[in-house]
Design a protein around this ligand. Structure first.
Ligand code: NAI
Length: 396
């Protein structure tokens, strides 16, 4: 199909520009730094190792730049015309591009993939300098000495691990009784044990009340049960989720149905308006880049009449900290909740030589299978390099 792409900022979206990729670039160096500094057990003495923050920032940017360039190259090689500007659906098959010049594109099929933005919390002090979101956290002028992270989800925990490895004093404030909702609770327990050892403090069932300027720092007032605590930190990172972003995309005016802010789609990622599809974070189904890629393939195949419906894909999820977490399928908590009869097998990594060498003895792999037929319904892993093993579990 003759294809046009409208982009208002940089090619590659959140994951590549201000999400997974820059975060992982920082995590890579932070983990090496931490491992070398604490390397006595494995015969390394690296107390004098230091972080060159500017070099690290430059490297992160260079990784992003190369990948963005690669995406541009791929689009060009595949004959996609890129239009710089904001796209606005102006009825089925018509997209206005608000850029340096105004233009109108017409097409048989329009795919909306406008992504998501961080959820903003309204609290006194939310606009103070030093109160940041994940995008801000990726370009700090130096590693923070101390940090309060509001939200113990994937972003919160990845940044907590990153900053702790760099030597920051980190406190995580989570509203729910436990961090990482949606992750198997045995995995969360194991993870927390490790992260607590790194000095990260978890306040669960805790609510941020306000942030005030304190001598050269910020003072966060947090309600924990009946008690109000004040935590002084250099930075307050708010990571309480992301919401579908469709502002200015002309969807509702063109009759496209939204449900609680997300673009409603059927099993082929088609909206209620025939020929208009929505993929990725903007439909809110699975806010992960690899899921978005797959949805794109499914939507295009449907639009062009190739292949059948993809159905509900099985999507693995990973948390890139040390120890790594990787999961696919149902959690044990959900299986119990839904009354699913299951069998459970657990392999402690203390019994695996390679994991031991990688200092990952505290990790484990848990496989859940249907009680009657033994079909695999969930695999949950915590330990070294498990994010590289989850593909095999997904296939199984
Ligand atoms: P999230 O939904 O994973 O977690 C948000 C956390 O904030 C939850 O634990 C929630 O209970 C808590 N929360 C909500 N309101 C709060 C409040 N007022 N005070 C304290 N805690 C509050 O969202 P997150 O971490 O912002 O991530 C956004 C998206 O990005 C997710 O869809 C995530 O899957 C994706 N992501 C994926 C990564 C990966 O695959 N490795 C890495 C980072 C993000």
């Amino acid at each position: 199909a003759e294809t046009h792409l409208v982009e208002k900022e940089n090619l590659g979206g959140t994951c590549l520009n201000v999400g997974c990729i820059p975060t992982k670039a920082l995590l890579h160096t932070a983990e090496l730094y931490h491992a070398v500094r604490n390397g006595e057990r494995i015969g390394l003495k690296g107390e004098s190792v230091t972080i060159d923050w500017q070099a690290l920032m430059n490297r992160k940017q260079s990784v992003v730049r190369r990948l963005v360039g690669g995406v541009g190259g791929l689009l060009k090689a595949n004959g996609v015309t890129v239009h710089k500007g904001t796209g606005e659906l102006a009825g089925p098959g018509s997209v206005k591009v608000h850029g340096a010049e105004e233009e109108v594109l017409t097409a048989d099929v329009v795919v909306v993939s406008t992504g998501s933005v961080p959820v903003k919390l309204n609290f006194p002090g939310a606009d103070l300098p030093g109160v940041i979101d994940s995008t801000g956290a990726l370009s700090l002028p130096k590693p923070p000495e101390s940090m309060v992270i509001v939200g113990g989800g994937v972003i919160g925990i990845e940044f907590a691990a990153l900053c702790a490895a760099l030597g920051s004093k980190v406190t995580v404030v989570e509203l729910l009784p436990e961090i990482l909702p949606g992750i198997d609770s045995e995995i969360v327990l194991a993870l927390k044990k490790n992260l607590s050892k790194e000095g990260i403090v978890f306040l669960n069932g805790a609510k941020l009340e306000s942030v005030n300027q304190a001598a050269g720092a910020l003072a966060a007032k947090v309600q924990v049960g009946a008690e109000t605590r004040e935590i002084v930190a250099e930075i307050v990172l708010v990571a309480v989720g992301r919401r579908a972003f469709t502002d200015g995309a002309g969807l509702e005016a063109s009759g496209v149905k939204l449900e609680r802010g997300k673009v409603a789609v059927d099993e082929n990622y088609q909206t209620n308006v025939p020929g208009v599809y929505a993929i990725g974070d903007c439909n809110g189904i699975t806010m992960l880049a690899h899921a978005a890629s797959h949805q794109g393939i499914a939507a295009v195949e449907h639009a062009l009449g190739h292949g059948g419906t993809h159905g509900q894909p099985i999507v693995p999820a990973c948390i890139y900290i040390r120890p790594e977490v990787a999961a696919v399928g149902i959690t044990e908590d959900k299986a119990k909740e839904q009354g699913i009869a299951y069998r459970k097998g657990v392999f402690p990594l203390a019994g695996n030589g390679k994991a031991m060498i990688d200092e990952g003895e505290s990790g484990f792999i848990k496989i859940l299978a249907g009680a009657q037929y033994g079909e695999i319904i969930g695999v949950h892993m915590v330990g070294p390099r498990v994010t590289e093993m989850i593909g095999e579990a997904t296939l199984a």
